[in-house]
Design a protein around this ligand. Structure first.
Ligand code: NAD
Ligand code: DAU
Length: 340
């Protein structure tokens, strides 16, 4: 099997590539990645010398470059992870979200259509369902209700994928996963930010009252779910992938404090995220029923592995925190102050 994996230098894409290439029957994998602030070739170092691995630096929104790559690789499938993925950044500066998440997805779909790529897996998010009141959970038919420029751009890309399936018969499938955590996650999202700040004795900035609920999915479970969809999913279908682990943010921070030995005095309640979704919740029954997939990682064990990884990889954190990330970090937190 020959795959093109977009965004394969990011957090989840690199975990997917490492998972596939660590096997004896590894497929050939060509990663297409622009290497934005979130893309890091170090994430691919464990597999960089494997015979089936290739890397191309490029923008998924560049149609000529994408066409050229697809024509030369002639992949059996494109697995599309590349995106601008951080909600706070989409609030600060939405433009890149539409360039990459909408135009980039459109460009890949055009290339898939033109070169008759046999399978196209679009990696999306439960964030497209928006905030869901208890006791409801979103299944794949749940209406889209987007709150942030990020989720709007992802919902738009999902609709584009569906349109290319219905109109041009591009054999596409969509996955919608809940919040991922694990090693190699850029320390701007809740769990890696809290772990690295906890280990460094810094503040732990909780937005609003910290009672927002997310469903936590270990990154390797997510990657196995995407592989299950790639191999066994039905074309034109959407598959939710959840971790079956709903927790309020406060509880997540408490568990990080317990595992890192940080102090509760480090917690700081800061001004809330504008348009902040209160609760994400989804059902994963369809994926389980059709493919046999289920999440395997218990949250406390996954968190312990993640904490250990960040403890042992301080140099990685220092390197990704330099430059552009530092500027964003300062801007995002400087204006927040303490919540009233
Ligand atoms: P990430 O931000 O860690 O990585 C994104 C990758 O895409 C980076 O390597 C970056 O360089 C690359 N990229 C960005 N713009 C590009 C462009 N124009 N051309 C080529 N490459 C580009 O993201 P992630 O957390 O690994 O998320 C991967 C995918 O999974 C995204 O589509 C995201 O929407 C989706 N998702 C993420 C989560 C989560 O909790 N992180 C949950 C559900 C779904
Ligand atoms: O649900 C899937 C989505 O999960 C993915 O599609 C996104 O790519 C991914 O970034 C994530 O989005 P969230 O907005 O849920 O993740 P984030 O880690 O930014 O925030 C998780 C929760 O923690 C959210 O309620 C906001 C809160 N938070 C976040 C940060 C960074 C804080 O309280 N303090 C913080 O410093």
């Amino acid at each position: 099997m020959k795959l093109i994996v977009t965004g394969g230098a990011g957090f989840i894409g690199s975990a997917f590539v490492r998972m596939l290439l660590s096997r004896s029957d590894a497929p050939s994998v060509t990663v297409l990645d622009k290497l934005t602030y979130a893309g890091n070739l170090e994430n691919l170092e464990p597999v960089a010398k494997m015979p089936g691995f290739g890397f191309v630096r490029g923008d998924i929104a560049d149609l000529d470059a994408v066409n050229q790559l697809v024509a030369s690789v002639q992949p059996d499938a494109i697995v599309h992870f590349a995106a601008e993925s951080h909600v706070d950044r989409s609030i600060e500066s939405p433009g890149a979200f539409f360039d990459t998440n909408l135009r980039g997805t459109f460009t890949l779909l055009e290339a898939a259509r033109r070169h008759k790529v046999p399978r196209f897996v679009h990696v999306s998010t439960d964030e497209v369902y928006g905030s869901i009141d208890e006791p409801h959970d979103a299944d794949e038919e749940y209406p889209l209700h987007t709150s942030s420029p990020y989720s709007a751009s992802k919902a738009g890309s999902d609709l584009l994928v569906k349109s290319y399936f219905h109109t041009f018969q591009v054999p596409a499938l969509i996955t919608r996963a809940s919040n991922n955590y694990g090693p190699y996650q850029f320390p701007e999202k809740l769990i890696p930010l809290m772990i690295s700040n906890a280990l460094e004795g810094k503040e732990l900035p909780i937005y609003g009252d910290g009672m927002q609920i997310r469903d936590w999915l270990y990154v390797d479970d997510h990657c196995r779910g995407i592989e299950a969809v790639l191999r066994k999913g039905r074309e034109g279908e959407i598959y939710n992938i959840g971790g079956n682990c709903s927790l309020p943010n406060r509880e997540v921070v408490d568990r990080i404090i317990a595992q890192t030995g940080a102090s509760r005095d480090q917690i700081k309640y800061v001004k809330d995220r504008p348009g902040h979704d209160r609760r994400y919740a989804l059902t994963t029954e369809k994926l389980m029923r059709e493919t046999g997939w289920e999440p395997q990682m218990d949250f406390d064990r996954g968190l312990a592995e993640t904490v250990n990884w960040y403890r042992n990889n301080r140099a990685w954190i220092d390197r990704v925190r330099s430059g552009e990330y530092q500027r964003f970090y300062d801007q995002n937190y400087a204006g927040r102050g303490v919540a009233s």
